[in-house]
Design a protein around this ligand. Structure first.
Ligand code: ZN
Length: 179
C-alpha cells in the first residue's frame, strides 16, 4: 500500500493555486487628470516586498489593456515612485528612478497620457536621457533611452512629481487633425 492516493490531488491543488497566483491579472482604475492625487509628489518606495510586485504586475496589465506605453503608480492612486514602460520591447519597471543626464538636443512631438484619454499635445523632450533606478529586487540599474523611450521616461517620471504633459505642451492638438 502507498500513500499517493490522497497526496497526489493535494499536490496538484497546490500547483494550480500557485499558477493562478502568478498568472492572475488585475486591471486597476486609471485616475483622470482632474484628480488632485495626480498633482501630489510621490514618496520613494522603501519596501521591495510582495505588495510592490503585485503593484508592478497590475500596473503592467493596466498599461497594456489601455494600449499605453507607460504608467506611473500615482495614476492608479498609489503615491509611490514606481513606473512601468513598454514601448514594444518588453516591460521596464523603474523604482525610485532619477534622470541623471539629458541631451541638449530637444525633440518636439505629439504626446498623450492614459489619464487624459483622447487628448494630445506637442511637448519638447530631450532626444536622449540616462536614468538610474532600482529594479523589483532593489538592485540599482542604469538605462539610456533615445527617442520614444526617452520621452516615455521623462513623461512617467514627471508623474512622480505631480507634473502632467499638459503643463508642458506648447499646444494641444485638434483630435480631428490627427486622423
Ligand atoms: Zn501620463
Amino acid at each position: 500500500m502507498t500513500a499517493f492516493g490522497p497526496e497526489l490531488p493535494f499536490r496538484l491543488r497546490k500547483r494550480e493555486m500557485r499558477k493562478e497566483g502568478t498568472e492572475k491579472m488585475a486591471i486597476r482604475n486609471i485616475l483622470r487628470d482632474s484628480d488632485g492625487r495626480l498633482r501630489k509628489k510621490s514618496r520613494p518606495v522603501e519596501r521591495f516586498d510582495e505588495r510592490l510586485l503585485e503593484l508592478l504586475g497590475d500596473m503592467a496589465d493596466t498599461m497594456h489593456k489601455a494600449d499605453g506605453v507607460g504608467l506611473a503608480a500615482p495614476q492608479v492612486g498609489i503615491l509611490r515612485r514606481a513606473v512601468v514602460i513598454d514601448i514594444g520591447e518588453g516591460v521596464i519597471e523603474m523604482i525610485n528612478p532619477e534622470i541623471v543626464w539629458k541631451s541638449g538636443e530637444l525633440v518636439d512631438d505629439a504626446e498623450g497620457c492614459l489619464s487624459s484619454p483622447g487628448e494630445y499635445g506637442m511637448v519638447k523632450r530631450p532626444q536622449k536621457v540616462k536614468a538610474v533606478y532600482c529594479d523589483r529586487s532593489g538592485v540599482r540599474r542604469e538605462l539610456e533611452g533615445e527617442g520614444l523611450l526617452a520621452r516615455a521616461i521623462c513623461h512617467e517620471l514627471d508623474h512622480l512629481d505631480g507634473v502632467l504633459f499638459k503643463d508642458l505642451a506648447s499646444e494641444m492638438l485638434d483630435p480631428e487633425e490627427l486622423g
